[in-house]
Design a protein around this ligand. Structure first.
Ligand code: PGA
Length: 247
């Protein structure tokens, strides 16, 4: 059985001092985790965090990558640049990027391609809004978002991670019920299986108000292979307790 993956998404939070304290506290309590652990940090802190997690059980992640390989794209960070800092994972298509930066399914698929080309695992985020769920469109939306990535990356699709994050559950304290989450995960698993005989090795993460209290139940579902954790990843005791639930 594959190990679960617990990835923290710091979003636009942190400072040199806070990052150092948080990572030191995590390492102090981590021991030898039975699951994989990653932190997706703001890109300006990659160098700092790389030196803090180097040689530990924590892998480094970034929160976004450019669709372009290099050149005149002011403000962008390329996958080759991330690779230089030992980045193992990069979030692509987080709902905040789709919403505030108008990222499209096709653009997200290219980002996944760029990451894979540099040996970085894209964590492809999919999820429906509340209006879409209420209109009964959840399945259609997540399948469309994932299909774009499968279409562009079919030959190496088993190298990606997928995070199902219902938009209405992100940062709201409203978690999808274990049944709601498992149901969507099963749909995504079936879609991946149809695309690749190796789909069973793909980690399917749940994200959206995962916390110390609800993690164990979510992680016990057959198609939930880990979590993408926002708010609760900023507090060492909470994140450690989620990691313990995955062990
Ligand atoms: P949350 O964020 O855990 O704070 O809801 C999850 C995410 O956006 O990745």
């Amino acid at each position: 059985m594959k190990k679960k993956l617990i990835a923290g998404n710091w979003k636009m939070n942190g400072s040199l001092a806070a990052n150092e304290a948080l990572i030191k506290n995590l390492l102090a309590g981590l021991g030898t985790p039975a699951c994989q652990v990653a932190l997706c940090v703001p890109s300006v802190y990659l160098a700092q965090c790389q030196s803090l997690v180097n040689g530990t059980a924590i892998d480094l992640g970034a929160q976004d990558v450019s669709q372009q390989p290099e050149g005149a794209f002011t403000g962008e960070v390329s996958s080759a640049m991330l690779q230089e800092f030992g980045v193992r994972y990069v979030l692509v298509g987080h709902s905040e990027r789709r919403q505030y930066h108008f990222e499209t399914d096709a653009g997200v698929a290219v980002k996944a391609q760029r990451a894979l080309a540099c040996g970085i695992t894209p964590i492809v985020c999919v999820g429906e809004t509340l209006a879409e769920r209420e209109a009964g469109r959840t399945e259609e939306v997540v399948k469309r978002q994932l299909a774009a990535v499968i279409h562009a990356n079919g030959h190496c699709i088993s190298e990606i991670v997928v995070a199902y994050e219902p938009v209405w559950a992100i940062g709201t304290g409203k978690t999808a019920s274990t049944e709601q989450a498992q149901q969507v995960h099963a749909v995504l698993r079936a879609q991946l299986k149809a695309a690749s005989p190796q789909a069973d090795r793909i980690h399917l993460l749940y994200g959206g108000s995962m916390n110390a209290a609800n993690a164990a139940q979510l992680l016990a579902q057959p198609d939930i292979d880990g979590g993408l954790v926002g708010g609760a990843s900023l507090k060492a005791p909470d994140f450690l307790s989620i990691i313990a639930s995955a062990n």
